[in-house]
Design a protein around this ligand. Sequence first.
Ligand code: NAD
Length: 261
Amino acid sequence: MSLQSKTALVTGSTSGIGLAIAKALAGAGANVVLNGFGKPGAIEAARSGIESEFGVKAHYSGADMTKPEEIAAMVAQAEQAFGAVDILVNNAGIQFVSAIDEFPIEKWDQIIAINLSSAFHTMRAAIPGMKKKGWGRIINTASAHSLVASPYKSAYVAAKHGIAGLTKTAALELATHKITVNCISPGYVWTPLVEAQIPDTMKARGLTKDQVIDEVLLKAQPTKEFVTVEQVGALAAFLCTDAASQITGANLPVDGGWTAQ
Ligand code: NAD
């Protein structure tokens, strides 16, 4: 499989799942545009590391996914630098946990903006270029929470169900343009974000590390194993192949059986 003449823009790719997707696509030969927040030194190390490890070009955009004009400028800059955005991965996302009646309004707005509306803005900006080339791949990182709910995650679950609907609509609109649109729905993935929650949860609930993992984090995941970021990256790369050209409008769980229950 080669994505050698392609360019992939991956939002929220300075860490975790997005970075692994960017690496998987670069590993298949695509040039990549990284996006997200973080320490400048760490971002530059990730960017230059991708260039040297995979022999592709890697750019970085610090566009804020809550700002439609920055999103449009990011897509325009990528098109200018590489000639096209062939592969668009909408991955940026945040979480906030609270009861609905106590949920801060600004957190609701921020989650809907980053986890849902940013995908509309990137797609709106990138689809004309894909149509012109007659080829494209749009992959949205949804979540098991695009299929089922958990309490206290109202904004996240609403945004993730929303992105599943946006995926289906875009797939239908683009079906005859050789542009596929799918979402990947991970269960619990072992990322720095998840790892960092463990000490606090141990303290708050008086549990051991293993108990936190089994009884809290992996409670809903029948395999009792975390998904790895590499497994999500590999599926994203597969969705960019010709073998996947008839997979469109799908919501693909990678969740150890969570949503089978
Ligand atoms: P992460 O915190 O490691 O990565 C999130 C990325 O989004 C980072 O690069 C961050 O800088 C970026 N980001 C946050 N706000 C942004 C903004 N305003 N503008 C631009 N970039 C912004 O988290 P992760 O676990 O890798 O999550 C990535 C995606 O996967 C999210 O959409 C998340 O909902 C989804 N997901 C994660 C899990 C999990 O268990 N980790 C499970 C299912 C779905």
